[in-house]
Design a protein around this ligand. Structure first.
Ligand code: C2E
Ligand code: MG
Ligand code: MG
Length: 598
């Protein structure tokens, strides 16, 4: 464009001297003619037009005609406005010679067929030798390609390449603007922080291609559900943000609407994939007045939502700030804790009610942290799950428990050690190999190992789980469903799962001697027996509960009434004392026909 402008500049200077004996008009026409000839002879690719003071085109080179879809010569005598949208707009006003100067601008031009395209225009006045303005010469350059590149670069900078949603940079920009506006107009604003549940597992088990398609589908559904004035962005990974101009009640309604989008499975490569999202919500101005604070609050609320079970939403509260800080500190402290040997197992005996013998123990993980003191598993297991540290921790638990059982003598050959397996461990693609490797390395009898899966873990994607459970069964390992009654179980799956036992959740046992919980425990025992499964009651704390369970022919029990979880040396001593001499609950001698310790 610079070379074009320079060439025109030269052409304009072609004839400064006046031919003697010529009228002013002749001189003007002569000047224009020479100018056109000069332009035609110049090697320039830009379109050039000359328009007179009435706005009529008096010259257009071939490049200009071609660029706008006209035949050579077709533009002559037409209003210059024909080249600018809207086509056929009002005729150009007569140019004011006094106001014409050199100008440059980017704008849209229109082709003969009506298609618009971006151009860069450079115009400069043509003056007579005496300085009068004769018209305007304009060079136009089609900048479609450059604009496309600019758009692409902008897209890369501000939009996420997988989902094409605004990225973190654009979100921050919009959020700052939205906050400034809300402040000025004294309005509220809600920031919803979405984190997809179990997305990392989907990525690990099905591969990144499926993961990306899932994210794209999620983005498509979310886009359809937020209105134009709201901002939807992908922060990265499995995190999305929605900013809405709403107060608390409306924000809750938005969260519910977004979660409802996950009600239907996502069809990816012909396969149905189920998903859910946990949402944390922070409100402006209640929770914070700046972008960083609102993000921190929404993030803390999101973690809280996750810890209450997947697929829920939670508003931020002050207490969360502290619990979030603790969560981060625990997450960071865990790795060091494992290296320092702060994690170890306790064993809680399980009892067969009919013969009052011990059937083995459940291995329960403990963390005695130098920094945090005793941290209970209900707090650190979910954190280890969400950070992925559960893989290392879970492998250590499995190895320790297997080593313990491998050390039992012949007298204990029918005993088992039960190990809790978290959802993420089970969904690891190499979970089966890990179990097989640890069984082989520790030399434990596979039938001495029982793996406990919670009801929700085993029922989620139940179809896929059957194969894995059958493979474990073929290894000779025992399987049980933990915390039964707290989730949703399909009886149809229960019938087909190759499991050995179900453990009634301790919340039902706590109230088993009255009302509804008695009926539930009763129903679970009957149902399990009809499916030929053993039933273990968890959390038995008193004689009345034990009596109830014995009457209902519950097979096994575990709870403080019999024994609290104990360190490995104590459990070994416990076994030495009891196995072989007719193991009895520590409560004392058993009455004949009764399993109640006295
Ligand atoms: P769970 O698998 O249902 O384990 C039983 C829990 O009940 C244990 O809590 C145990 O100490 C407690 N308990 C036993 N008897 C009684 C009783 O009579 N009354 C009451 N109130 N509680 C009783 P704990 O050790 O705090 O473990 C809590 C949960 O943490 C476990 O529940 C399990 O889900 C998880 N967990 C523990 N160790 C591991 C592990 O190694 N891996 C995984 N993935 N999860 C673990
Ligand atoms: Mg358990
Ligand atoms: Mg349990």
């Amino acid at each position: 464009m610079h070379t074009t402008a320079a060439a025109i500049e030269r052409a304009l200077q072609l004839k400064e001297g006046l031919e003697p004996g010529m009228t002013e008009l002749q001189q003007d026409e002569d000047r224009l003619r020479m100018l056109k000839e000069a332009i035609d002879s110049l090697p320039i690719s830009a379109g050039i037009t000359i328009s007179n003071l009435d706005g009529k085109i008096v010259y257009a080179n071939d490049a200009e005609c071609e660029m706008h879809g006209y035949q050579p010569g077709e533009l002559l005598g037409r209003d210059a406005r024909i080249l600018a949208p809207p086509p056929g707009g009002p005729p150009a006003p007569r140019l004011d010679p006094a106001r014409i100067g050199l100008w440059k601008r980017e704008c849209l031009n229109v082709r003969k067929d009506g298609a618009e395209f971006p151009v860069q225009l450079t115009s400069t006045p043509i003056r007579s030798a005496g300085g009068r303005c004769l018209g305007v010469i304009t060079a136009s350059e089609d900048i479609t390609h450059r604009k496309d590149c600019e758009r692409r670069i902008e897209h890369l900078a501000y939009y996420d390449t997988t989902t094409h949603l605004p990225n973190r940079t654009l979100l921050m920009d919009r959020l700052h603007q939205a906050l400034a506006l809300a402040r000025r107009e004294r309005r509220t604003l809600a920031l919803l922080f979405l984190d997809l549940d179990n997305f990392k597992d989907l990525n690990n088990t099905r591969g990144h291609e499926v993961g990306d398609k899932f994210l794209q589908e999620v983005a498509r559904r979310l886009s359809g559900a937020v209105c134009g004035s709201d901002t939807l962005a992908r922060l990265g990974g499995d995190e999305f943000v929605v900013v809405v101009n709403s107060e608390e009640k409306a924000a809750a309604a938005v969260a519910e609407r977004l979660q409802a989008l996950f009600g239907e499975p996502f069809l990816i490569d012909g396969e149905e994939i189920y998903g859910s999202t946990s949402i944390g919500i922070a409100l402006y101005p209640g929770d914070g007045c700046d972008v960083e604070t609102l993000f921190r609050c929404a993030d803390a609320a999101m973690y809280q939502a996750k810890s209450h079970g997947k697929g829920g939403y939670q508003f931020f509260s002050r207490e969360m700030n502290q619990s979030n800080m603790r969560r981060v500190a625990l997450e960071n402290g865990m790795r060091q804790g494992l290296a320092r040997g702060e994690f170890f197992l306790h064993y809680q005996p399980q009892w067969e009610l009919e013969n009052s013998t011990t059937t083995g123990a459940e291995a329960l993980l403990r963390w005695e942290s130098a920094e945090f003191g005793t941290v209970c598993p209900d707090e650190f297991i979910p954190i280890a799950e969400s950070s992925g540290f559960i893989f290392e921790l879970g492998e250590m638990v499995l190895r320790e428990a297997c080593l313990m059982a491998a050390g039992w003598g012949e007298a204990c050959r029918d005993l088992k050690v039960a190990v809790n397996i978290s959802g993420r461990q089970f969904r690891q693609p190499d979970f089966l190999q890990t179990v097989a490797r640890i069984v082989a390395e520790t030399g434990v009898r596979p039938s001495s190992l029982e793996l406990e899966f919670t009801e929700s873990v085993i029922m989620e994607r139940a179809d896929n789980n059957i194969d894995s459970l059958q493979a474990l069964k073929r290894m000779g390992v025992r399987l049980s469903i933990d915390d039964f009654g707290t989730g949703y179980s399909s009886l149809n799956y229960l019938k087909h799962f190759p499991i050995d036992a179900i453990k009634i959740d301790r919340s039902f046992i706590a109230e088993v001697t009255n009302g509804d919980d008695a009926a539930i425990a009763d129903a679970i025992i009957s149902m399990a027996h009809s499916l030929k499964l053993r039933v273990v009651a968890e959390g038995v704390e008193n004689a009345a509960q034990l009596d109830f369970l014995s009457e209902r022919r519950c097979d096994e029990a575990q709870g403080y009434y019999f024994a609290r979880p104990m360190p490995a040396p104590d459990f070994k001593a416990f076994l030495r004392e009891r196995v072989g001499e007719g193991a009895r609950p520590p409560g004392g001698q058993l009455a004949k026909g009764s399993s109640r310790p006295r």
